[in-house]
Design a protein around this ligand. Sequence first.
Ligand code: API
Length: 277
Amino acid sequence: MKFTKMHGCGNDYVYVNLFEEQIEDAPALSIRVADRHFGIGGDGLITIGPSDKADFRMRIYNADGSEAEMCGNGIRCVAKYVYDHHLTNQTTIRIESGAGVKTLDLTVENGLVSRVCVDMGEPILEAEKIPVVAEKSPVIDEPITAGERDWKMTCVSMGNPHAVLFVDDVKTFDLDTYGPLFEHHKRFPNRTNTEFVAVHSRKEVSMRVWERGSAETWACGTGACASVVACILNGLTEDEVLIHLRGGDLTIRWDRQSNHVFMTGPATEVFEGEFPL
Ligand SMILES: N[C@H](CCC[C@H](N)C(=O)O)C(=O)O
């Protein structure tokens, strides 16, 4: 099977073009290809195929084989793939995801996509739609106990669930201990992605993320959107924020007129290869 290895801010996936390849069991294949010792290595598998609702359809599978509704870094890479590999010559494209159809604007330099702006749609704040078990809805700066510690969290869905917590220093934060405790916390019926955010100013933050189904990743596009929405809901930043992730930077803007969140960032193709099925 031919594949393309791509990443968005270091959040790396194995991409398979379903116009050319056939996949029998995507969850099982995701577990195999994601393995960084016995496989290709990555945070999971993303497939690119036809859609009857948009120009293309993307599906994303985490490293544990679970399918997610949406992937922000992934959809930027899908856009780069379809333009650079001549599946389209348009610089505004629509991609169907598990979180609905998203519209993307491509920046092309020397004939290749360098940056992508994604209209990520509206953030979802109702507790039962995250889903999260909570007394109040929306869940903004609400208590949760994990690892015998009391925390305050803000929950946002971008089609997939996110719990956002504020910490003083992301570099020294013990993500390996607390990430899994939130991912599998009983208050998240579908598990959750968890973002730990340090606010530097009203325009700049840093974030590390423990992803549902993939452990720590070096960036999370939907998580970056959820983090900025949480910052704004808590009165900590303006509507447009530069967010520093382990693998790079994203610019996130929550347009309050349209209530849509816009994410702008890079997309990179690393190599192509063949994988034995
Ligand atoms: N682990 C996520 C899917 C990948 C999201 C992330 N990589 C992004 O860039 O948005 C979930 O299970 O909801």
